[in-house]
Design a protein around this ligand. Structure first.
Ligand code: N01
Length: 557
């Protein structure tokens, strides 16, 4: 190949119809959909393989708390019929194997560039294209960019004094070593008691010589009652998949199939309520928070569920002082993400486990031998940070994104994320967000929400192509109306009462705004459909004739 041809080839490779950032569940399906439309698409992924959350979060006990038959793609009938889940709740290795299977089955890998981070992006208003800069320094241009970077993908280690002085090993649950960690015979400290910690703690306690758990805020956790999935049960789902998936998408608020209750907790007598909660506890899982129809909006109803779980903690944990520390009292149940566990509270009955309450005595500093809190030094061989994520906006904040007139997304979101439908941002044309802030995302079965966004974006690109539209952008008006609506709906619930990552409260200095849309995936889907049917109401569509970089035609819809 001559030099000239090599240059031409490089230019060709650097120009795409669509760039997708991230090869998790969202990025993989987005690639599949857009490629089937005949578009030239490139995915950039910082990991060495597909899987997103399930690629990074390999901590002991990592498991999905949405049932496997529902936490899976529905876009391919063959895929959903052929894949065999082995447990009610799949463990991380099985979900990662599923993601890899999808990548192979749909031959996605050739269009994914692994071990590549997008560091910056800027929109060229002259030609309506994005220039995407990679960590290698290479520039790629694309008519459209889809951020499929996940809602919980920017792991956060608190900025503790002395962190680098620690002589043992440190780990973060969200960046776990691929070869696993052997805690046998070690003194281990776990910081945090969120979903990740609650899954990891029972397993680490079984291995370590001694485990010390540092708890700032206790969490409500419901037993998973995980078990292997019988062939009959799986068959039941598979035979009825089309109807069940429809119900999850169109009838449920959270993208899960179950019979949503029609009764308030206050309509039952105390004895009936107790029986009902016992039955829900015996079923297990996140749907405990939907035991009645008003637990998220009525404090008196919520109190009954919270008290039931507190009574369970008192029943399970033998030491009354430890049981007291483990009982959440400062926020309504469900307003911090409900946790699902296997033997979490039971673990505190072990002789080799100590709970340290740091609510009033934050960790002062990390020392070479361990950490200091409440004036006492705790010594460890390993410290596990189960301290969560810069949720919902963290993965966007890591990329320097510049829209019209050089405005950065960081500036735009200085007081909290602003989007129209969680899909687009005014001032940032042709940039889509999959499950962005302002959409149901983390309040739902993520796969359902991902598929809905991917399908909407793909359909939108088909429409734009057919109408000769070069750029689409949320208007300031539609964006501010949507943000107001998202806040209004949230304010009618108990959610804002908790210092949760939904509110950005876990990151010092982050604006306190309720980020996901709580109106329900069913209502939200209708709204998105209506917007599209009305010719993308609330978006500005621009047709620019005669530009040199016209978007490639979509070959088929
Ligand atoms: O993170 P978290 P996570 N000093 O933010 C504490 C999903 N997920 O990784 O509550 C001391 O919930 C912090 O304390 P506080 C799920 O959506 C799903 O556990 O802020 N402590 C908290 O206890 C979940 O909600 C699954 O007071 C500090 C903990 O660290 C989300 O991911 C499994 C601290 C962080 O909890 C995040 O879960 C796992 C500090 N400086 C995760 N900073 C399943 O599907 C933070 N903490 C089952």
């Amino acid at each position: 190949m001559s030099m000239r041809n090599e240059n031409a080839e490089q230019v060709l490779q650097a120009n795409h119809d669509v760039v997708i950032v991230g090869a998790g569940f969202a990025g993989m399906y987005m690639l599949h959909r857009l490629r089937s439309l005949g578009l030239k698409v490139r995915v950039f992924e910082r990991g060495t393989d597909v899987g997103g959350t399930w690629y990074w979060n390999r901590y002991p006990g990592a498991r999905c708390d949405v049932e496997s038959m529902q936490y899976s793609y529905s876009f391919s009938e063959e895929l959903q019929q052929e894949w065999k889940w082995t447990e009610r709740y799949a463990a991380q290795p099985e979900i990662l194997a599923y993601a890899r299977h999808v990548a192979d089955r749909f031959n996605l890998r050739p269009d994914i560039q692994f071990e590549t981070s997008v560091v910056s992006m800027s929109f060229d208003e002259e030609c309506n294209r994005w220039t995407v800069t990679l960590d290698s320094g290479q520039d790629i241009t694309a008519g459209f960019v889809v951020m499929a970077t996940g809602s919980l993908s920017n792991a956060r280690t608190p900025d503790l004094i002395g962190l680098s002085s620690f002589e043992g090993k440190t780990y973060h649950t969200g960046q776990w070593p691929h070869d696993g960690v052997d805690f046998s015979g070690l003194r281990v400290g776990v910081i945090g008691t969120g979903s990740s910690a609650i899954q990891a703690i029972p397993i680490i306690a079984g291995e370590a010589r001694h485990l010390t758990v540092f708890q700032r805020t206790p969490n409500f956790s419901i037993p998973a009652h995980n078990h292997s999935l019988s062939d009959e049960k799986a068959k039941d789902w598979k035979v009825n998949y089309s109807e069940l998936r429809r119900r999850a998408r169109e009838e449920s608020r959270n993208g899960l199939v179950f019979d949503f209750p029609t009764k308030s907790a206050l309509e039952d007598t105390e004895a009936d309520r107790s029986k009902h909660y016992e039955a829900r506890w015996a079923i297990g899982g996140t749907i405990f928070t939907a035991s009645y129809n008003d637990l998220a909006i009525n404090k008196a109803s919520n109190d009954t569920a919270a008290e039931f779980v507190r009574s369970k903690i008192r029943e399970i944990v033998k030491d009354p002082d430890v049981a007291k520390l483990l009982q959440p009292t400062t926020y309504p149940i469900g307003t911090k993400r409900i946790c699902v566990d296997t033997n979490y509270y039971e673990t505190f009955n072990r002789d080799n486990v100590t709970l340290v309450d740091i609510r009033n005595a934050p960790i002062e500093r990390i020392t070479p031998r361990g950490l200091i809190t409440g004036g006492k030094e705790y010594e460890f061989d390993a410290i596990v940070f189960a301290t969560g994520f810069d949720a919902m906006t963290g993965s966007f904040a890591k990329v320097d994104i510049r829209g019209r007139e050089g405005m950065t997304l960081k500036q735009k979101w200085a007081e909290g994320p602003k989007t129209y439908l969680g899909l687009m941002v005014a001032g940032f044309p042709n940039l889509f967000f999959v499950t962005g802030p302002g959409s149901p995302s983390v309040l739902s079965n993520m796969v359902v929400s991902i598929e809905q966004h991917v399908d909407w974006i793909a359909d939108c690109l088909v429409q734009l192509s057919q109408r000769g539209v070069e750029s689409i952008e949320a208007t300031e008006r539609s964006e501010s109306d949507w943000v107001a609506h998202v806040n209004e709906v949230a304010s009618k619930t108990l959610y804002p009462e908790a210092n949760s990552w939904y509110m950005g409260a876990n990151v010092p200095g982050k604006p306190r705004v309720f980020m996901p849309y709580i109106g329900g995936v069913n209502m939200y889907r209708l709204k998105c459909r209506e917007v599209a049917n009305r010719g993308y109401e609330g978006f500005e569509l621009r047709t620019i004739a005669g530009t040199s970089q016209s978007r490639r035609a979509v070959k088929k819809g």
